[in-house]
Design a protein around this ligand. Structure first.
Ligand SMILES: Cc1cc2nc3c(=O)[nH]c(=O)nc-3n(C[C@H](O)[C@H](O)[C@H](O)COP(=O)(O)OP(=O)(O)OC[C@H]3O[C@@H](n4cnc5c(N)ncnc54)[C@H](O)[C@@H]3O)c2cc1C
Length: 485
């Protein structure tokens, strides 16, 4: 049986941030993930906003962690070598009620410590972004955009560089406590660990119960999006959000991505199904209508694809009120940290939450510092981001930089190769896509997907029938149609 000091359950942004913070200490760290890669849950199904923290009730963990996570992110992005732009945000209004709500949340933001928010007129809005809708707005300079997938991968890779082990395809199904250790059962094997940290996202309530805490009441709010081509992206430089509703919730917004696309969405409706990521015509129509109010270049020819995410929230069954993030470490359940209800803004809050979770362990155990901890993670060198001089030098150094595999996103063979040999040992086609952007362009993989599959076969020496698209059982090929003569 494999033995660990700490086992983290779930490799979303929170679990990966926890693993990275744990790797500052000399501990045997494992991360159990049911899927074949990190960020297969909601950490890859969101807007990628670095929120400023003006809609959360003062004194809550959400407010505290959002403001802290926002303020530190320039440094974090530099250390982890992930794309990030502090774009600011326009929160736009049309009516008197919108203005009242914006002002209410501006005051809340100031209480939370959000700096620099100011009301702007329609003329000033035009100077900030002429393509934003609305009659007036609040400008929030500290908001920013990041790639949540790249960020989660970077946290995980940095944790792995510093000694954490990622164990994929390991769905946790049970747990027993024995004196000083926990036995964690997955569908494949049993692990022994002294500490357990629950970061299972939508499935955190079940893991919470396995750990001996309550199965907290939670429910899902699904949101659908669509993605616009980079041709639309050149018109939008700043996220444009509608005025928050009375509870601080936002409906459909238009947000540029760090790669130059535009995300339109999400809307919000209740769901009980944690695997329901389907997108629907009915919601697409609503997104188009609402999105047009935010951004004036919503032409149908720019639509690339849709996706959905589910904000899984903890709520009070008596009043129905949505509750704060829960982070607890109860002495009745020794050597456990339980995180439940980490919905939006969980990307912004991941590292502040991780520090608070790890502090619970450090206070009890005083582990030795990992003197070799390295906060910087190199990542893949992207051809499309190089200057002409850098491109020439890269091709001279490695001829594979001279062969374009994904034409839409200009991804070279050298980048695909680096992605195949990623530090986490992820070998799926979507794993390569998420690390390089190959297949994410206009043709959606029509040209490069088979080339990537072939490179996985070559680089890893596996049979075509063994290459998986993204999930266990999701094979690219079933077998040969005919035998070679
Ligand atoms: C529509 C939408 C928009 C959002 N927009 C933003 C935004 O702009 N900015 C922001 O800061 N936040 C945003 N969020 C919130 C953010 O996406 C989440 O808070 C965050 O991703 C939660 O991360 P997590 O690691 O807790 O959960 P997840 O990413 O869901 O990770 C949990 C992991 O646990 C694994 N797991 C579950 N059960 C088991 C098991 N039994 N065994 C092993 N592994 C298991 C899952 O496979 C998954 O990989 C948004 C969320 C949504 C849905």
């Amino acid at each position: 049986m494999r033995e660990y000091d700490v086992m983290v359950i779930g490799a979303g942004v929170v679990g990966c941030a926890v693993a990275r913070e744990l790797s500052r200490y000399r501990l045997r760290i494992g991360v159990l993930e049911k899927e074949l890669d990190v960020a297969c849950g909601n950490s890859s199904r969101n807007t990628g906003m670095l929120h400023a923290g003006f809609t959360y009730k003062p004194g809550t963990l959400k407010a505290e962690c959002a403001v802290e996570g926002n303020q530190e992110f320039d440094q974090v992005a530099k250390e982890l070598n992930v794309p990030f732009k502090r774009t600011g945000k326009l929160v736009v209004g049309f009516t008197d009620h919108d203005r009242e709500n914006i002002l209410k949340f501006k005051a809340i933001g100031e209480q939370n410590g959000v700096k620099g928010m100011r009301m702007v007129t329609k003329e000033e809005m035009a100077a900030i972004d002429p393509h934003a809708g609305g009659e007036f707005a609040m400008y929030v300079p500290s908001s920013g955009i990041l790639d949540p997938m790249q960020y989660t991968i970077a946290l995980a890779e940095n944790a792995a560089m510093n000694g954490a082990q990622f164990l994929f395809g390991q769905k946790v199904v049970g747990m027993e406590r024995e004196e000083e250790t926990y036995r964690i059962r997955t569908e494949k094997e049993t692990f022994s660990t002294r500490w357990v940290i629950n970061c299972a996202g939508m499935y955190a309530p079940e893991i919470s119960e396995m750990m001996g805490y309550p199965n907290y009441p939670t429910k899902g709010f699904k949101g659908e999006y669509f993605i616009l081509d980079k041709k639309a992206g050149k018109y939008l430089g700043i996220p444009v959000y509608p005025a928050p509703n009375d509870n601080g919730g936002f409906m459909t917004h238009a947000t540029p991505t760090v790669d130059g696309n535009v995300l339109v969405g999400p809307d919000s409706y209740v769901t009980e199904d944690r695997e329901d990521y389907a997108v629907t015509k009915e919601h697409l129509d609503g997104l188009i209508a609402d999105g047009r109010k935010m951004f004036d270049h919503m032409e149908p020819q720019y639509f690339i694809r849709n996706f959905a995410g589910i904000r899984w929230k903890r709520y009070d069954p008596e009043t129905g009120a949505i509750l704060d993030f829960l982070l607890e470490a109860d002495d009745g359940h020794p050597r456990t940290v339980n995180l439940v209800g980490i919905e939006s803004p969980g990307i912004t809050c991941a590292l502040p939450l991780a520090r608070r979770a790890v502090k619970k362990l450090v206070e009890k155990e005083q582990p030795e510092a990992n003197e070799a901890f390295q906060p910087n993670r190199p990542g893949i060198r992207r051809f499309s981001e190089m200057t002409e001089e850098e491109k020439k030098a890269a091709i001279q150094e490695d001829r594979d930089y001279g062969e374009i595999v994904c034409r839409c996103e200009t991804v070279t063979r050298a980048e695909i190769r680096q992605a195949i040999h990623n530090p986490l040992g992820v070998h799926t086609v979507t794993g390569i896509k998420n690390r390089t952007r190959a297949t994410m362009g206009r043709c959606q993989g029509g040209y490069c997907e088979t080339r990537i599959t072939h490179m996985i076969e070559e680089e890893l020496g596996v049979a075509p029938e063994d290459v998986r698209y993204s999930k266990e059982g999701g094979y690219m090929f079933m077998g040969k149609v005919r035998e070679e003569q």
